[in-house]
Design a protein around this ligand. Structure first.
Ligand code: ADP
Ligand code: ZN
Length: 433
């Protein structure tokens, strides 16, 4: 299901010409309308006329999250305030929220990007979309809403939480597409099991999951427990919200809406561009945004990019499932660890549930210590304690061999770890408190 073959299947040379024209236009606009960017470009010694090829993008300055915070609320506006018709803010997983301001045209582009995203998961106007992303300042709720409206589907604006009602609505209205965070999808499955809802007898056939890190194993678990196809979708408030990239039926990487958002991968230490296929920090330049366009925004998300024609027919670049965020990355006694690696290792271990919490602290000897709280299947608690002890030992040795770190495992009963209806909180780092 390809929503817009003209842009999604465009010949790559033609796309590059379009991107270049849009990039030139963007740099001119920012130089003449946004004092923040004029200063940055002057500092970098770059004028709009210096952009002659796409590779010249490397001459342009980066934008970082702190730039957005420091210019709060409207310091990066590139259009008259009267043209803004909607405001969103990031959920602030890592600090003070940042603002995205949309003109009518920006909202239309967002609708388009999300129509492509939902189509990637097979949605058409005949679908009923149950949207469990939070409505409000968070971009997830309205982003999915706009995309579903654009394709003409029936949209049920559930927002997050109230799981029993979610299940009832899903059953009674025959929802066919579920949109939520992956952790909430699993939570729904858990609630369904306990309260006698049978997912497999529902009409739901696919789900668009994103907004937080998840693993290939978690996809597998969602697909099995809910009896659906699970698709990875990616976006961030600063760039537009969801709709930046999405998976197709091939489920091996997310197609970037490249005519709208120009992706680069850089080495996060040196800031230098990395070639396709190499893992690094993802950077986006918004090519058509009017409200708050951004130059080379450093997402802090870690992935790599591949190009070519996909099995689905799309020609857009694909980004691999995220490996984590550079700022989420835990450095444990000098070893880099992403929470998603821990999750990945955990799901392969029989008897555990993918609900976990990583608590990092400094021990009495000032060395980093990690405690991994893991929920285990209820049956194990009624068993002899021997099996709990051996499971604990097994997890510790798997973590040691796969991640190279020694951690302490604490097995806890189901539902001990707080559930989230939005983004799951996986790490408590007490070293910085
Ligand atoms: P924040 O969480 O920074 O407050 P957002 O709500 O805009 O801001 O979330 C955007 C971030 O969520 C992304 O930068 C990325 O780290 C994470 N994210 C979004 N989609 C995915 C996904 N499919 N897989 C992993 N992480 C994702
Ligand atoms: Zn594809």
């Amino acid at each position: 299901m390809i929503w817009n073959p003209q842009y999604e299947c465009q010949e790559s040379g033609e796309r590059r010409l379009l991107q270049l024209a849009r990039l030139k236009n963007l740099v001119e606009t920012l130089y003449s309308r946004v004092p923040f960017y004029k200063d940055r470009l002057d500092e970098a010694g770059v004028r709009p006329r210096d952009i002659k090829a796409l590779s010249d993008i490397a001459k342009l300055p980066f934008t970082i999250k702190d730039d957005l915070r420091e210019t709060y609320p409207y310091g990066l506006l590139a259009c008259p305030e009267s043209e803004i018709e909607e405001i969103h803010m990031s959920s602030g997983t890592t600090g003070v929220p940042v603002v995205d301001a949309y003109t009518r045209y920006d909202v239309e582009c967002w609708e388009e990007a999300m129509a492509r995203t939902l189509s990637g998961a097979g949605a058409t106007r005949h679908d009923t979309v149950q949207n469990c992303y939070g409505y409000g300042l968070f971009t997830g709720g309205l982003g999915v809403h706009y995309g579903a409206k654009r394709i003409g589907a029936n949209i049920i604006p559930m927002s997050s939480g109230n799981t029993q009602k979610q299940l009832m609505v899903m059953r009674d209205f025959g929802s066919t597409l579920l949109c939520s965070t992956p952790s909430y999808a699993l939570f729904m499955a858990e609630e369904a099991r306990e309260t006698g809802f049978d997912f497999k007898s529902m009409k739901i056939k696919a789900g668009c999951f994103g907004a937080e890190p998840w693993s290939e194993n978690m996809r597998h678990q969602i697909e099995v427990e809910l009896g659906i196809d699970a698709y990875d979708i990616y976006g961030l408030t600063e760039i537009t919200g969801p709709g930046v990239a999405f998976e197709c039926e091939c489920k091996d990487g997310m197609h970037v809406n490249e005519d709208l958002f120009y992706p680069e991968i850089i080495d996060s230490e040196t800031g230098l561009p990395l070639p396709d296929g190499e893992k690094g920090e993802l950077v986006f330049t918004t090519l058509v945004k009017e409200g708050t366009p951004l130059l080379r925004y450093r997402t802090r998300d870690v992935t790599f990019i591949t190009r070519g024609t996909c099995g689905c027919g799309r020609t857009t670049a694909k980004m691999h499932r995220l490996f984590g965020r550079t700022d989420d990355m835990l450095i444990i006694r000098g070893v880099n660890v992403f929470p998603s690696q821990i999750e990945h290792a955990l799901i392969e271990i029989e008897g555990t549930d993918p609900h976990y919490l990583i608590v990092v602290d400094r021990g009495s000897n000032h060395l980093d210590e990690v405690e991994l709280m893991v929920e285990v299947k209820r049956e194990l608690f009624t068993d002899e304690t021997k099996s709990l002890e051996s499971l604990k030992g097994k997890i510790e040795s798997v973590m040691k061999s796969k991640l190279g770190i020694q951690l302490r495992v604490k097995l806890v009963e189901p539902k001990t770890i707080e559930r989230s209806v939005g983004k799951a909180k996986r790490v408590i780092d007490r070293r910085s408190i």
